[in-house]
Design a protein around this ligand. Structure first.
Ligand code: HH2
Length: 282
């Protein structure tokens, strides 16, 4: 049975799994400022677990297009108290959404089991050793440059080819550092250095990622390409559009969905999965 291992326990991937988003930031594009206080973060995390979250992804730095990096100290001050609290209070594993090795290490010590690195191990050369030394599970995502400039680089000669080559290089870095294959999942990085057409093309061609040989995570939740298709500027109005992408993802063999709206995404994923259970080719 496929699974993804983290530093404590593992996530079975015998059915679609839901990663609930918990942004402990003042400026995330959808939920910025809502969960800065640890008690508000805990309440939201409890709500997501009650709705069926299998994993909670804690982030202390927005990576929305155009966002600026924050210092590691600031990022840690935001996420560490929340991770410690969630670890004590909740039964599900936690991931730390960061590109900084020092933040990842502290978050793992505080109780996270997975590193979610939107740079696929590229922004911080120390990240791979932190993952190798701690036994953390790794989500490797494709992006093109840092969030402040990535939307200036959305033209590709061969989008899928580039995404796959980037992910393969991240996998190679991880494996060369001794990280076991069952600790790695991949993510094409919806909205990261991609145009509207690029995002739609990735969703259409998701099965082409399977030959890389790793479970796929998809992060479409409330993203701006959905707003563009639906002509909705308010991210909170993009739930039904998000659910369409979850169902398409399940049909394409995606195993983990990173979402804000856990209950609806779980229902959509489970119904799509009843129709399209994973085949041996996914
Ligand atoms: N998207 C965002 C952040 N982290 N991680 C992965 N693996 N995949 C994604 O698609 C992904 C991610 C951006 O979304 P969000 O966290 O909601 O917003 P912000 O970056 O503004 O905090």
């Amino acid at each position: 049975m496929p699974y993804l291992a983290g530093s404590s326990g593992r996530l079975d991937l015998n059915r679609p799994r839901i990663m609930g988003i918990l942004n402990v930031t003042p400026d995330s594009f959808s939920d910025g400022g809502s969960f800065l206080a640890p008690c508000a973060a805990l309440e939201q995390a409890r709500h997501m677990v009650a709705e069926g979250a299998d994993l909670i992804d804690v982030g202390g730095e927005s990576t929305r297009p155009g966002s600026r990096s924050v210092s590691p100290e600031q990022e840690m001050a935001r996420v560490l108290p929340v991770i410690e609290l969630l670890r004590r209070e909740l039964p599900v594993p936690l991931s730390i959404d960061t590109t900084k090795a020092v933040v990842a290490r502290a978050a793992l010590q505080a109780g996270a089991s997975f590193i979610n690195d939107i740079s696929g191990l590229r922004f911080d050369p120390e990240m791979v050793s932190v993952a190798a030394e701690t036994g953390a599970g790794l989500f490797l995502m494709h992006t093109r440059g840092h969030p402040d400039v990535m939307q200036a680089h959305t033209a590709y000669d061969d989008l899928l080819g580039e995404v796959k080559a980037y992910l393969q290089k991240g996998i190679d870095l991880a494996r060369a550092a001794g990280i076991p294959a069952d600790h790695i999942a991949i993510d094409p990085g919806i909205g990261f250095g991609k145009s509207l057409d690029g995002n739609l093309e990735i969703l259409r061609r998701l099965p082409e990622l399977h030959p890389l040989g790793y479970p796929i995570l998809l992060g479409t939740s409330r993203k701006s390409f959905i707003g563009t298709v639906l002509q909705r500027s308010d991210p909170a109005q993009r739930l039904y559009g998000t659910l369409a992408t979850v169902a398409l993802g399940v049909a394409a063999g995606v195993r983990i969905f990173r979402v804000h709206d856990v209950g609806p995404a779980r229902d959509a994923a489970m119904v799509a999965f009843a129709v399209h259970p994973y085949s041996s080719s996914t």
